[in-house]
Design a protein around this ligand. Sequence first.
Ligand SMILES: [Zn+2]
Length: 444
Amino acid sequence: MMNYLLQNKKLAMRLGVGLIAIVVLSLIWTQVIRTPAYSVLVDGKEAFIVKEKEDVEKAVLSIQKQQIKMNQPKLELSSTIDYQRTFASREDLLSGKDLETAIQQTFDFNTVAAALVVDGKPVAYLETKAQAQELLDKLKEENTLIDEGEKLISVAFAEKVTVQEKSVGASQIMSLDEAYQLISIGTDKPQIYTVKEGDNLWLIARRHDMYVDEIMRANQLESEALQPGDELILVRSQPYINVVAQVEGEKVETIPFETKTEIDKNASGVRVKQDGRNGKKKVVYVATKVNGLLDEQEVKEETILQEAVDRILVKGNTVTVASRGGGGALDWPVYGQITKYYQRGHTGLDIAARSGTAIRAADSGTVTFTGWQGGYGNFIIINHGNGIITRYAHCSSISVSKGQQVARGQTIGGVGSTGRSTGPHLHFEVLSGGSFQNPLGYLR
Ligand SMILES: [Zn+2]
């Protein structure tokens, strides 16, 4: 009996020791190694672990206060936050600045921003209405080009543009520069090209089916000089907002003389019976410019200052003009304002005219191409013999076909704005011996 009791006592003691050990170990485990904590779920996804729920609330308040101190718009938490009880080791618990950083990285905040709304659709968000207004003012200022002798009548946006307060994710707010780029180019992720040795704007433009003008505008280049290593934005501008300016101008234009040919059966070769002389006229016009480029022009008043004198050629029945002798042999395909001259990067002459205005063959010849040609749009090429070729771009219509013989002055198509063009004009090119020439050296 004694023996049995003694044995029972020993067993109880052992059990007691074991129990104490378990309690102590679990205390160590929970208090020292693992501690009760909360796993923070952001929109249902586990993000990080904190000791107390209040830690998160305090950190969010702190972030909001810092925003206000920096004069930034108030942030509103837009993520759904849930908490789940858990155990965690102390070094995994976030608090203080670390917790604030984690919250900024994982929580979504909404804030009241100034939305630029174009035709009913918000296209960019800025911090304040004042910034949005600054962007719109800058757009107008930089996209209104007034030439000499012109005065601005009005400037407006082609689209309906408003600035509205909207609640958006804080990460969607752009800086003024970012938003300006997006609005004026149409993308904030443009293709970047690094200039290589031997590159020039003309080559780069050709390779990317763009115009030199477009590259210069997208990059706000003032000269065509490039350095190897320069980075260029290669993107065709598709602005969200287009600036439409109306200007009134006055200028003196040349009236090109016409060349008339008389046939004399007894004559041999070609002789000049009367020299031609250009006239002059004063033109008062109203022009509409879109983003600084001529779109439409209406002549209000024309005063002849000096009449042009015809050039009269006399030639034999069977003889054709054999040599141009350095120019003076092409007729103007279209009469109108020269909106861009032949220059580095621009291989032709831009002559503005109303859409549909007849384009006339600059000389007699054979049509060697008609059809669509990339940036040139509807395109016509005429071979005049003697290595002289003329080319006509952006046509609205083509009224000749490949292989057709055309006479000087014959209508070959209509002025248009097809291909890479910002408004109706004829882009007229002259090639001699396969290389581009200044058309003005040939037009008389
Ligand atoms: Zn052109």
